[in-house]
Design a binder for this molecule. Structure first.
Ligand SMILES: Cc1cc2nc3c(=O)[nH]c(=O)nc-3n(C[C@H](O)[C@H](O)[C@H](O)COP(=O)(O)OP(=O)(O)OC[C@H]3O[C@@H](n4cnc5c(N)ncnc54)[C@H](O)[C@@H]3O)c2cc1C
Length: 241
């Protein structure tokens, strides 16, 4: 396993990121996450590793047959910076444990707002989705308007603070869906696979899909290479029950 995974940070969207801050089993234990899953399954008959070939076969058997509790023995703890439009969807997944930056305590900075690269058009066939992009001129005009809104909102926020208004109320001037927040988020491998199945899918909103993709590519795959292979085979290709 990649020993540099803890502390690794990958950029997402214009100002967001995902950083792995802890992992169980910890890399210093010299027990890979895949092996921790296999060993947990073998406790049923008080056994441990039987060599890579048999171990990998058992892990695939477990996932294929929805024997999921051994996958809960691996845990990931992230620090994530994402706009509220992303968190709004992320918190619906109740199996995550969260702790969030407080907008009542920490003032927002001038640049704490999400500016999309492109403005996607409303999808014709799905009322909840987007497809394609607006033309270049419209894109530039909308982005300029968004930046001007952020500037104006932030000015009003600062004015309210200077007038002695509390941070918890002054933030009413900020454009809610766009504000970046930093959270600590922890989850086990089983529930992370369900999150990734739903949020890496084509019908998930881009602003959360890029976070799910980043978690999968930068952290899940290198931490759990066998599980990632089985995940692609049994969960992504054949949605679980
Ligand atoms: C593309 C997409 C569009 C969506 N659109 C909407 C929308 O328009 N409106 C909206 O409100 N939501 C929407 N959602 C959110 C969706 O309804 C789920 O809330 C979200 O995907 C979390 O799924 P979950 O409950 O399976 O996950 P988790 O909360 O992580 O739960 C995992 C599993 O644990 C079990 N579980 C957890 N808590 C309970 C409980 N209290 N009781 C029983 N079983 C439990 C369930 O089996 C559940 O599947 C959307 C999600 C996606 C992916």
């Amino acid at each position: 396993m990649d020993n540099q995974l803890i502390g690794k940070r990958v950029d997402v969207l214009d100002k967001g990121w995902v950083e792995l801050i802890d992992l169980m089993p910890h890399p210093a234990s010299n027990i890979s996450g895949d092996l921790a899953i296999v060993n947990a399954a073998r406790v049923s008959f008080m056994g441990e590793s039987k060599g890579p070939e048999k171990d990998k076969k058992l892990l695939f058997y477990l996932l294929r047959n929805h024997h999921t509790s051994p996958f809960e023995m691996v845990e990931f703890k992230f620090r994530v910076r994402a706009p509220l439009v992303t968190w709004w969807q992320w918190v619906r997944h109740r199996t995550w444990n969260f702790n969030a930056q407080s907008g009542r305590y920490t003032p927002f900075e001038e640049n704490d707002f999400y500016v999309p690269d492109v403005w996607r058009k409303q999808a014709a066939s799905n009322k909840q989705a987007s497809e394609g992009e607006v033309d270049i001129a419209t894109n530039a005009a909308l982005t300029a308007k968004l930046n001007s809104l952020y500037e104006q909102s932030y000015k009003l926020y600062e004015e309210a603070l200077q007038a002695g208004v509390s941070k918890e109320m002054a933030r009413l001037f900020l454009p809610g869906f766009s504000v970046y927040y930093t959270w600590v988020a922890k989850i086990d491998a089983h529930n992370l696979m369900q999150f990734m199945r739903l949020r890496m899918a084509g019908d998930a909103q881009y602003e959360i899909r890029v976070y799910a993709d980043a978690i999968y590519e930068a952290f899940f795959k290198p931490a759990l290479p066998w599980t990632a292979e089985a995940f692609e085979e049994y969960i992504v290709k054949q949605p679980s029950k």
